[in-house]
Design a protein around this ligand. Structure first.
Ligand code: AHR
Length: 685
């Protein structure tokens, strides 16, 4: 190359550039993380969970019942191809001869109208029925399973098979767990007499691990029997409760230490048509008396997991219950093709409906000798459940029909129970007509709290980390009841989890008005999922928390009751321009300052942390870090299409010496939580 003036200039420029880059990387200033006081009070309940019966979250999920269609109430209304005998099959063994029928002439309870009838013409080696559970029943060697059913004999004192069946004839059924090819995994005998409904129970101890078992009921007596509510429960449920919850799933939720649980939905609450609204009274009392109904997500709700079980679970895991009742309107998407969309309960039924809502508060909080408190006590819980929050409505279209009914319900609750925090609804999006009109109702009525929902791309969350800074503190408080960052193909990526973490720093900073927040949805059974992504996937064997689960866990386990402002590189709190997001909370019980740093950039960031004036570290810091490849999800994400981490991305804990200056390197694509015991006080709230 010839040295022309312009070439020389280019060379010189290049040398200067390289030199200046070298200087800047050698002397690169750490990113200043300035934590400033005074600390201000925030909600100590910010991070909770939202449980909706979607994706087989209840039946076939958290509810530990292993029999599918146990009450013979499945119907084409649940799913077109379903009948009352779905998941049941006739079994005739070794010369046995019989048939299977269905009846509703003498039901166990009006809420449970149908039952199966097994006719045994010739016993042979057994005549009966078999149930395949949810994708086959997984059983564990040595474990014990409670089996029970409601049963009665037919044709008692009538002629059957050439002889009269005496009233005192004992009838025996063998309840047996079997492999698909008929190997016996364990059995028990169930005996009963006469023609009234009875409830024999037994225990099966399993002799071999099997993932595809059936429950088989074999009649050893000639005659005919009616069967209903055939149930098989592992004895090993969460907290060993009867009619309990699947231990591994319940423990995974409990490990989030959620401060509250919102239930039972979601769209499930307002339902597909007025007759399908979720009515809490149908879900309490003996399971055979609960009114099952179709699930708006196109399957079936037994209501075995009902209000008592939800409240009990909340208590067991130390979470506040946040039930949601319909605002006396059904879902605006009801009967999408032929239906009428949103409808309201007729106004002349509103007194009864309002009473139903008030009865819920009495059921939860009233003394054991009150009418509804007595029902709670009869179920085994004389002490009140301490209900504090009550949601009214879910993502309803804000119409005059809605407004009228919401006002009636709201007025009645506030008049009788001013101590209850009512949560109103403002539609399915972070803005738009329902959002505005929902807020306008809240402003007019002075609703305590509103429930905002949004599912948006990760970028939206990163760009909106100042949303609540602008909210008027004199208005209703906010419950962010449903949110999730939806990445490409609805995969639960680290990228989406980082966006949620960045957003959570913003929520913590604004937790004076954003009192509660819950990711949605919580659970999804692989192969039966109507909505992606979900926080926790599972199948009949195992539980697969997403990487997003660990973000929720980091923020829940390391929460505080006060917050400090954090400036990054001197910028205003919440400024997204560095790609690094931070929040600092103070746990006054532990005297611990918790700094969260979310690095969404592909470079690790050297940070220099300044504690608030008046505070100094007392000991080493505990550090929890979650990081990985941003396009990966944790294994078993059904939407990952091969972009899974080899091993689950989970937070790793370590300790860090605290020196002056306090420097910390935030890895690329990471969430870090630094816990520091501190002394001193900067005049916190
Ligand atoms: O979380 C899934 C669904 O999303 C909820 O049922 C509904 O409230 C929202 O549209």
């Amino acid at each position: 190359m010839r040295n022309t003036p312009s070439n020389l200039l280019a060379l010189l420029t290049a040398i200067v550039l390289v030199a200046s880059l070298a200087t800047s990387s050698q002397a690169q200033e750490p990113l200043a993380i300035q934590i400033t006081g005074p600390a201000t009070a925030i909600s100590p309940d910010l991070v909770g969970v939202f449980f909706e019966d979607i994706n087989y979250a209840a039946d076939g999920g958290l509810y530990a019942e292993l029999i599918q269609n146990r009450s013979f109430e499945y119907s084409p209304l649940d799913r077109l191809e379903w009948t009352p005998l779905s998941y049941w099959e006739m079994v005739n063994r070794g010369g046995g001869k019989g048939s299977l029928g269905l009846d509703a002439s003498r039901p166990l309870h009006p809420n449970n109208p149908q039952y199966a009838v097994v006719y045994v013409d010739n016993v042979g080696d057994g005549v009966g029925v078999r149930n395949s559970g949810f994708d086959g029943i997984a059983v564990v060697k040595g474990a014990k399973y409670d089996v029970s059913l409601f049963v009665r004999q037919l044709y008692v004192e009538r002629r059957w098979g050439g002889r009269a069946i005496p009233e005192d004839q004992a009838f025996t059924l063998t309840a047996r767990l079997e492999t698909r090819d008929g190997q016996n995994l364990g059995e028990t005998q169930l005996r009963f007499t006469g023609s009234d409904w009875q409830h024999p129970t037994g225990v099966i101890t399993v002799n071999k691990r099997e993932s595809n078992a059936n429950l088989v009921l074999l009649a050893n007596t000639q005659g005919a029997v009616a069967l209903d509510v055939v149930s098989l429960f592992p004895q090993d449920t969460f907290r060993n409760r009867k009619n309990g919850l699947r231990r591994d799933l319940a423990e995974t939720i409990a490990a989030l230490q959620p401060k509250f649980v919102r239930f039972p939905g979601g769209c499930l609450v307002h339902g597909n048509g007025l007759g399908n609204m979720y009515r809490w009274k149908d879900t309490i009392g003996p399971i055979e008396q609960r009114r099952a109904q179709s699930n708006i997500w196109r399957y079936h709700q037994t209501m075995g997991l009902g209000y008592f079980e939800y409240f009990q679970f909340c208590e067991d895991i130390g979470a506040k219950p946040v039930p949601v009742v319909p605002a006396a309107v059904c879902c605006q998407n009801s009967g999408i093709t032929a239906g009428r969309g949103q409808e309201g309960l007729p106004l002349d039924q509103m007194d009864d409906y309002v009473q139903e809502v008030l009865d819920l508060i009495e059921w939860a909080n009233g003394p054991a000798d009150s009418e509804w408190g007595a029902k709670r006590a009869a179920a085994g819980h004389p002490e009140p459940f301490n209900l504090q929050y009550l949601g009214v409505g879910n993502e309803d279209h804000i119409t005059p029909i809605f407004r009228k009914r919401f006002e009636i319900i709201h007025q009645a609750i506030k008049a009788k129970h001013p101590e209850i925090t009512v949560i109103g609804t403002v539609g399915p999006a972070p803005a738009g007509p329902d959002f505005e009109q929902g807020w306008s109702i809240a402003d007019t009525l002075g609703v305590d709290m509103v429930d905002e929902h949004y599912y948006m791309p990760p970028e939206w969350f990163l760009e909106n980390t100042r949303r609540y800074d602008q909210y008027d503190r004199s208005k209703s408080q906010v419950y962010l009841g449903e949110y999730a960052a939806h990445d490409h193909g609805r995969q639960a990526t680290l990228r989406s989890a980082l966006a949620e973490a960045a957003y959570l720093t913003h929520l913590e900073r604004n937790a004076d008005i954003v009192r509660l927040a819950s990711y949605a949805p919580l659970l999804a059974r692989r192969g039966h999922t109507q909505w992606h992504p979900d926080l926790i996937y599972f199948d009949k064997h195992s539980v697969y928390p997403t990487v997003n689960y660990y973000v929720q866990q980091l923020f829940s386990l390391h929460s505080g009751d006060q917050q400090f402002d954090v400036r990054i590189a001197g910028r205003e709190p919440g400024d997204p321009s560095t790609g690094v997001f931070a929040s600092a909370v103070f746990d006054s019980k532990e005297n611990t300052l918790v700094l969260k740093l979310v690095n969404t950039t592909p470079e690790s960031e050297v940070t220099r942390i300044e504690l608030p004036e008046g505070y100094s570290a007392e000991s080493d810091a505990t550090v929890h870090v979650l990081s990985g490849d941003p396009v990966h999800s944790n294994p078993m994400d059904p939407m990952s299409r091969g972009r899974e981490a080899e091993t689950p991305m989970v937070p790793k804990a370590s300790t860090m010496k605290v020196a002056q200056p306090l420097e910390y390197v935030a890895p690329a694509f990471s969430v870090s939580v630094l816990r520091l015991k501190v002394k001193g006080s900067g005049g916190g709230a």
